[in-house]
Design a protein around this ligand. Sequence first.
Ligand code: F6R
Length: 349
Amino acid sequence: MRHELLDREWMYRVEGYRRAFELVDGYVDAFVEGLRSGRSMGVERIDVNRVLLLGMGGSGIVCDVAAEILSSKGIVAQVSKEYTAPPGEWDLIIAVSYSGNTSETLNSLLQFLDRGDRVVAVTSDGRLARLGERLGFKVIRVRSGIQPRYAFPDMLGGILGYLENLGLDLERINLDEIRGFQERLKRDKGVDENPAKEAAIRISKSHPIIYVYREVRLPGYRLKCELNENAKLLCHYAEIPEALHNDIEAIPRDGLIIAPRSFREPYEISKTIEALSRLLGERRVLELRASSKSYFEEIIELFMLSDYISLYTSILRGVNPLILHRIERLKDINAAYHEIKRRLDEKLG
Ligand code: F6R
C-alpha cells in the first residue's frame, strides 16, 4: 500500500483530484476571505444570548462548529438539521446553505420570515439568497462553483466575521500555526512524514471505526462525512465512553479504531483509550492529533487533517472525490423537496 500511494502520484494531476487538493490547499486563504465577507456586513449592536443555526451536511457542520464556539462564550446555541426548526425565542437565526436550495434549511427558515431583522444567511446563491434580497435580511455571500463541503472554511469564516461585528470577542486566530501544520499534509510530503497519507493507507486496508469524545466530536464527524463523500467509504462513528459498553463487542476483525485526540482530553478518556489500545493491540488504533494547543486552531487543524485523509483515501480507492452519485439525485426525486420549493417560489413571487 505504501508503494501504491507512491505509484499513484500521477493521479494528483487528474482533474477531479487536482481540483480537490487545490481547494483543500487553499483552506486558510478561503477562511480569511470568509472572515472578510462576514465583517463586511457592518457593525450591529444587538444582544445575542440565544442563537439558532440551520444547515445540513457540509453546511450543517459549519453550524456545528459555530455553535460550539458560541457555547464556549456562554451563548445558548442550538443547531437544527430537520425540516422544521425547534420552537423557542431566538435572538439570532443563522441559515447556512451553500447552494441556497436545501429544503430542510429553507423550510425551517420559513418559520422566521417575520423576524427578518434577526436572520442572517450564509450561501453562494439560490433561493436563500433571493429570499434575503426580497425580505431584506443579511446575506453573507461565499464564492460559488464548488462543492458545499469544500466551502467549509469560507462559510465558517463568514459566520465568525459576522459574529465579530456583533461584538463577540473571538480570540486571535494564529493562521501561521495552522499553515505550518498544513504543510505536513500536502502531496509533496512523503508517507513517512505525512500523517494524512499514513492514516489513509491504514484506513484503506480496514473497516474504519471512528471513536470520538466530546472535545473531538466535530473533527471526528467531519472525517466520517469526508470519507463518505470524497472516498465513498462507509465508516462507523460512535461516542466513547458509551460505545465501550456495547459497540466494542461488535468490532470486526479488520476494524481499525480511529481516535482523534485533543490537548483538552480529560484524564479519564486518556486512560480509557490507553486501555482500549492494550485490549485490541496498538496496531488496531490510529490516533489523529493536531499540533496546536489552542482551542480553535486545534479544531481547524483536525478538520484539515480529516479532509486530506479523505482525499488520499479517495486516491487509494480510485474514486473521484468531487463526484457525488446520490445526494443531488435524491434531492431531485424527493417530493417533499419539490413541495417546499413550490411554497417558497410562491413567496418569492
Ligand atoms: C456536498 C455536501 C452535502 C451538502 C448538503 C446540503 O458537498 O457536502 O452534504 O452540503 O446536501 O446542501 P447545501 O450545503 O447546499 O445546503
